[in-house]
Ligand binder design. Structure first.
Ligand code: C2E
Ligand code: MG
Ligand code: MG
Ligand code: MG
Length: 280
């Protein structure tokens, strides 16, 4: 077959080191400090079932708060975290915070899963599934309340090892989502082998879908593929009623975007959920 040769160890570090990064303003020592002093926190963005309007889950999106610099967004530090190795402690911190919050939602009577973004480093770490299970146990969150989002590109760095890790997670009952679909490069053969339960259509296609024929064709093709593979489909970046209407007609299952809600700190998120429910 045409399965790409896996990149591991030093090769992987080289791949990650060559990812261009735009900002030099964020330093490794600052990020290390931030991780150790709780300056990273999470915001949560709702994912809504397009048929029932129920809030099915919330994506945890990390933020970095520096007293003198204000809020720093992940696009400014994830690459640095990946290049420096800080991504590992950061991912565990994010996972811990996300699972803790989801357990608190469960205590409030909400049936809402939490989605956590992973980087390539977790997808070659054979201890990762066990550590995730330990975190779920720590907070008493059922495995089916956790979704892990991975991009095509990071899943293909060492497809064999990643398949092993994702399978172990799925066996435990954790869901796995393929993020930013359509922007990476994965062969359909490899995609089909991976135990994904959900596919997220990248925002770039959603943005122009209602006015651009090519984006529509791509979205319809992705939906056809996802249905054939038995995957739930989430559309990212749903900003307008036009986006919603087009996607609903096309058969999309779940929507995420500013039309419903922006990423919010947990207290705001639970208030948002109450408000959303009261309007149904
Ligand atoms: P992503 O996983 O694709 O997350 C969705 C991004 O789209 C988020 O940006 C979100 O705020 C933004 N977004 C959501 N709805 C809309 C919309 O309607 N319109 C527009 N224009 N944007 C929307 P954010 O929070 O800046 O995160 C950017 C990326 O950083 C994420 O993309 C994800 O790849 C990464 N990231 C965020 N948190 C983490 C984390 O804890 N760990 C890792 N490894 N990566 C993370
Ligand atoms: Mg994501
Ligand atoms: Mg995404
Ligand atoms: Mg995206």
């Amino acid at each position: 077959g045409n399965i790409r040769k896996p990149i591991t160890g030093a090769g992987l570090r080289e791949v990650l080191a060559n990812v261009p990064h735009t900002t030099k303003a964020v330093r490794e020592s600052d990020l290390n400090n931030a991780i150790n002093t709780d300056r990273l926190f999470l915001t949560f963005q709702p994912k809504v079932d397009m048929n029932t309007k129920a809030v099915t889950s919330a994506e945890a999106l990390v933020r970095w708060q520096e007293p003198d610099r204000g809020l720093i967004f992940p696009d400014e530090f994830i690459t640095l975290a990946e290049q420096s190795g800080l991504i590992e402690p950061m991912t565990y911190q994010v996972l811990d915070l996300a699972v803790k919050e989801a357990a608190s939602w469960k205590d409030k009577g909400f049936d809402i899963a939490v989605a956590v973004n992973l980087s390539a480093a977790s997808l070659i770490d054979l201890d990762f599934p066990m550590k995730v299970a330990q975190t779920l146990e720590k907070y008493g969150l059922p495995a089916n309340q956790l979704i892990l989002e991975v991009t095509e590109t990071s899943a293909m760095i060492d497809a064999q090892k990643t398949l092993d890790i994702l399978t172990r997670l799925r066996i435990k009952g954790i869901s796995v989502s393929i993020d930013d679909f359509g922007t990476g490069y994965s062969s359909l053969v490899e995609l089909h082998r991976m135990p994904f339960s959900e596919l997220k259509i990248d925002r770039s296609f959603v943005m122009d879908a209602h006015k651009d024929k090519d984006s529509r064709i791509i979205i319809n093709a992705i939906l056809g593929l996802a249905k054939a593979l038995g995957l739930k489909v989430v559309a990212e970046g749903v900003e307008t009623q036009e986006h919603w209407d087009f996607l609903k007609d096309a058969g999309c299952d779940i929507a995420q975007g500013y039309l419903m809600g922006k990423p919010m700190v947990s207290a705001d998120f639970t208030a948002w959920v109450q408000d959303w429910k009261s309007k149904l």
